[in-house]
Design a protein around this ligand. Structure first.
Ligand SMILES: Nc1ncnc2c1ncn2[C@@H]1O[C@H](COP(=O)(O)OP(=O)(O)OP(=O)(O)O)[C@@H](O)[C@H]1O
Ligand SMILES: [Mg+2]
Length: 360
């Protein structure tokens, strides 16, 4: 299968234990661990049920289903779900990504190679270039593209039929999708962060596939620190396995998991060094805020986008940081987590609060 199109989203070089983005060299193991069928897919009960209906009804009518958009933060299973859509339909899947479709011609080539019923998966679809996006409108609606031949006044547009297909788009930022593109999807699945008990099942399943000896408490310990994200749960499982093999007898218990995660700087709530640095700066240097994100970023020596896109979504979700119109504010839970007395008037964050990832 062609994964080249998506390599661009891997981080380069160093590996971050708690990043929701795929790390260098992780693609292979991720492929091994991908659920292949809807009933193997842990969690996301709403999206699963909705998709099941969309797919089953299309199957009964003998037509390709409506186009599907999958949106949500990194590592929650969008790519896995796209592949499942194709597998459930017994259809071939062609994979590309928004940034790879720079010219309309790139997309035209892709579209004209589709066989009837194929699934076309466009990852990071919000990054598609304008001309390709416009070509996609017609393709999605009428299974037709207009190919422009020649240049200047002599240019002619030749209509080209394409096979009926299903587009599956994935995006971490559905807010950046243009209205016309969003409207052409018949179904949007909004992927949510996973609960601890769902992540336990994810870890259990991966342990079985990778032949890792782990008990229930070991799985629970990993789940709790995985930031609601299966990709992170699977990664922590592998790091804990390493520790168990080198420093113990290979069996993962709660004690082993805790000791291992301490070595990797993953704290009780799944915060890493940078998350803690952000919270500490917010609380110690800025009295709990409000403070602007760029100021906060300078204080921890990071890019504002890293703070905004990597740290904040989880800190917000864990109820430790609030984004207000006046800036970032530490909640009572943040002071508590750092072991500091909570000042009077500190806001109480909402546990599992709104998913702010998409609001850019
Ligand atoms: N529901 C799930 N059950 C079991 N494993 C899962 C599930 N969702 C994701 N995973 C695991 O997490 C890894 C990441 O999933 P996937 O690549 O599908 O996420 P994604 O949403 O496409 O991420 P990105 O936004 O970075 O592209 C996969 O390798 C898979 O093993
Ligand atoms: Mg993906």
């Amino acid at each position: 299968m062609d994964y080249d199109a998506v390599t661009e989203f891997e981080t380069d070089g160093d590996t971050e234990t708690l990043s929701a983005l795929p790390q260098t060299g992780e693609r292979e193991v991720e492929t091994t661990l991908r659920p292949r069928k809807l009933d193997e897919f842990v969690g996301q009960p709403r999206v699963r049920e909705q998709l099941e209906l969309v797919l089953e009804s299309a199957r009964r009518r003998g037509v390709p289903p409506d186009h599907v958009l999958l949106s949500g933060p990194p590592g929650l299973g969008k790519t896995s779900m796209a592949m499942i859509v194709a597998a459930e339909l017994n259809a071939a899947i062609r994979i590309t990504s928004g940034p790879a479709l720079e010219r309309a011609g790139d997309l035209a080539a892709m579209l004209s190679n589709l066989a009837p019923g194929d699934v076309l998966f466009i990852d990071e679809i919000h990054r598609i270039a304008r001309p390709a996006e416009e070509m996609l409108y017609l393709a999605m609606e009428d299974f037709r593209v207009d190919v422009v031949v020649g240049k200047g006044p002599g240019a002619t547009s030749i209509p080209l039929e394409i096979a009926p297909f299903t587009l599956v788009g994935a995006t971490t930022r559905s807010g950046s999708l243009t209205g016309p593109l969003r409207d052409r999807f018949g179904f949007t699945g909004q992927m949510e962060f996973y609960s601890d008990s769902e992540l336990e099942l994810v870890a259990r399943r991966a342990a079985t596939i990778l032949d890792i000896d782990i008990d229930r408490d070991g799985c629970a310990e990993i789940a709790r620190r995985s930031r609601g994200t299966p990709r992170i749960a699977n990664r922590l499982l592998r790091r804990v396995r390493d520790y168990a093999e080198v420093r113990a007898d290979g069996k993962v218990t709660r004690k082993i998991a805790r000791a291992a995660l301490e070595v990797y700087d993953v704290d009780e709530l799944g915060l890493d060094r940078l998350d803690r640095a952000v919270l500490t700066a917010l609380v110690r240097s800025f009295g709990g805020g409000p403070v602007g994100v760029s100021t906060l970023a300078v204080a921890v020596g990071e890019e504002p986008t890293t703070v905004e896109e990597v740290c904040e979504p989880y800190l917000v979700r864990a109820g430790m940081l609030a984004r207000t119109p006046r800036g970032r504010v530490a909640t009572a839970a943040a002071w508590e987590h750092l072991g500091l007395p909570v000042p009077a008037g500190a806001t109480r964050g909402e546990q599992g609060g709104p998913n702010l990832f998409d609001q850019d």
